[in-house]
Design a protein around this ligand. Structure first.
Ligand SMILES: C[S@@+](CC[C@H](N)C(=O)[O-])C[C@H]1O[C@@H](n2cnc3c(N)ncnc32)[C@H](O)[C@@H]1O
Length: 249
């Protein structure tokens, strides 16, 4: 499948679905059944920092960064509807806000060696070219700057719930673009092993600071084990992983 086809399919899918996701996966949350930023403290002191959100969606994570005293709020996203909403969500921020409608694989005019913190919450698995996206991120960061991202753990959608049991129904090791089941096969995400994320970061010049796939379960189990994110599934495999990396100083 060509890159332009993937982008077109995914943009169309997100323009339609955006509203359902407003603020759903946003800082301080990293994702389903993962510890949040209040507990993990991966971003360090946000006050006075220049920050960039890759796949900023509706701007709710940038709003959190603003509430923590970030000095400049920058974001990019593929979807017009998301960028428009982010503009509204961030309208009352007292600091500089710069939003770009762009695929993360392209640089829409972002400065080099500029950001203290680049982060991405549940967006990186959409990229059709991880190396290109991470090369961009590395370029945007100041030496010593940090990159933190979360995404669905690549083992999570390999299991499906059938006849009251979880079954491994897709290969973990086979990588590539896939129609996404959670989206009823209307969009394309890219299956990659956890090690591919780690090794591509290293290839792009990053130092890996932390890899987290701990599961935090609520006290009450999900009523429906067949839900995409259920506690029953999270007892078996992580739903979310988080990586913190840094650019050498
Ligand atoms: C789960 S949402 C992100 C939520 C957001 N990080 C937040 O904090 O509220 C995923 C986002 O990725 C964006 N996206 C998908 N493919 C993209 C691409 N190739 N480049 C940039 N953004 C992309 C979608 O438009 C969507 O807004």
């Amino acid at each position: 499948m060509k890159a332009s086809e993937i982008l077109n399919i995914n943009k169309a899918g997100w323009e339609k679905a955006a509203e359902r996701f407003f603020g759903r996966t946003a800082l301080p949350e990293y994702g389903p059944f993962a510890m949040n930023e209040d507990k993990l403290k991966l971003l360090g002191n946000i006050s006075g920092q220049k920050v960039l959100d890759v796949g900023c969606g509706s701007g709710h994570s940038l709003q959190y960064m603003g509430s923590q005293g970030a000095d400049e709020l920058w974001g990019l996203d593929l979807t017009t509807k998301q960028v428009e909403t982010a503009k509204e969500v961030l309208a009352d921020q007292q600091v500089k806000v710069s939003l770009f409608e762009s695929p993360m694989e392209e640089n829409p005019g972002l400065p080099s060696n500029y950001f203290d913190i680049v982060y991405s919450i549940y967006a990186l698995g959409w990229t059709y070219d991880l190396k290109r996206t991470l090369t961009n991120v590395h370029n945007y960061l100041k030496p010593g700057g940090i990159f933190v991202f979360s995404w669905e753990h690549p083992i999570h959608d390999r299991l499906s719930y059938e006849q009251s049991t979880f079954t491994l129904h897709k290969s973990y090791v086979l990588e590539g673009p896939e129609y996404n089941e959670a989206w009823h096969n209307n969009v394309v995400t890219y299956h990659r092993k956890l090690t591919t994320y780690i090794n591509t970061l290293i290839e792009c010049g990053f130092t890996i600071e932390k890899v987290i796939d701990d599961v935090e379960l609520p006290n009450t189990p999900s009523e429906d084990a067949s839900k995409w994110y259920s506690t029953q599934k999270a007892e078996l495999v992580p739903a979310t992983f988080i990586i913190k990396a840094s650019k050498k100083g």
